[in-house]
Design a protein around this ligand. Sequence first.
Ligand SMILES: N[C@@H](CCC[C@H](N)C(=O)O)C(=O)O
Length: 290
Amino acid sequence: MTEIQFTKGHGTGNDFVIVADPDGELDLTDDQVAALCDRRFGIGGDGLLRVVRSARLPEGAAALAEEPGAEWFMDYRNADGSKAEMCGNGTRVFARYLLDTGLSELPAGSALPIGTRAGVKDVTRSETGFQVDLGRWRADAGDPLVRAKGLGVARPGLGIDVGNPHVVVALASEEELETLDLTVQPIVDPLPPHGANVEFVVPQGVKDGIGRIRMRVFERGVGETLSCGTGTAAAALAVRDWAGAGAPDFWRVEVPGGTLGVRMFPTEEGEHVALSGPATLVFSGAVALA
Ligand SMILES: N[C@@H](CCC[C@H](N)C(=O)O)C(=O)O
């Protein structure tokens, strides 16, 4: 049986098994990922981050073509073993791992480019830990309806892509958010071609120029998690859209695992959205691969 080294990390309670595989020698099956992420029989995690040199992975070629400095690729897998394009909390935890293990450096004022299936993402330091520029976002057509246990009637959702697909649903009150039962997967109709992460939000108004939101999420390939970084970005974009002209470009999103910052800013290629928050490594060990 092969034994591998791992580190456990999290960003606002969205937790990951981190496996260093610099030379791309570890081809983990979906079942192996699911076993490592199992909370009873494995290490436990919402997902797995494989740390691999972009040059050693076929998917890394596009990252290197976009940004030759993107030495490291975040091979992200959901807890069920499925691949996802992006993970916002994951990129911050990935950056923390690269820096703490000495695989990369991030001098003050510079950016660390990380390869992902949704393109290269620049990570910089921020007051609360790290900021990741998620790049351009886009509204998805389809106007899905969302049914969730505990909600009664179906609610309209707004499809937003921030590298991975999301559907955001506004709830009427904190009570609705609390009584929502996310042990059962919400039904999205029509479901976007590659599925969706579903965010339930309660806007909390604007204070000191910063929009506030409370959010819970059901992640594609995982279930309810304590936080979803790309989900908070989608939530802020949706609430800003619903609020109309004059809504802020700075948002604070409260999730069960903590608070994340979201900011929208113009660039030459169009508006970008960035996510900021903490990233923590918790422990390391060795585990046998099933
Ligand atoms: N937790 C993540 C998103 C992880 C991927 C997601 N489950 C998907 O399938 O798109 C985040 O912090 O963004």
